[in-house]
Unconditional design. Structure first.
Length: 114
């Protein structure tokens, strides 16, 4: 983990991630999930994660909520700052999403394992 941003190093990821654009206070990335690949439980201090599904169905789990958010092709889901969340494919099949993060400084604060 980087001392300045706490962002996940490429060697620590088990999912596909391609940064499309990186600015001072906004980032756009393409994410790909298959099988049990996921972004582990985490939260952000300032930024909102906005997910747009391009292929398959994404699952966004929010700590403390009884139901997961399922994001199908063409749909959008926002995770506001401070909410601990986890992201994966809903059914283990290939899922591709565009992630827009902003506005603010990007960080990645690891959450619990459950």
């Amino acid at each position: 983990m980087s001392d300045t941003t706490n962002l996940v190093k490429p060697s620590e990821r088990n999912y596909g991630l391609e940064h499309v654009a990186i600015g001072v206070d906004v980032r756009v990335s393409a994410q790909t999930f298959e099988g049990d690949q996921c972004v582990p439980w985490h939260r952000h201090t300032e930024i909102t994660d906005t997910f747009f599904c391009l292929e398959g169905v994404g699952r966004i789990q929010i700590k403390g909520r009884s139901e997961d958010a399922l994001v199908a092709v063409g749909e959008r889901f926002d995770v506001t700052p401070g909410l601990e969340h986890r992201v994966s494919s809903a059914d283990g099949k290939r899922c591709r999403m565009i992630l827009v993060q902003g506005v603010g400084k990007a960080d990645f604060i690891r959450g619990s394992q459950s």
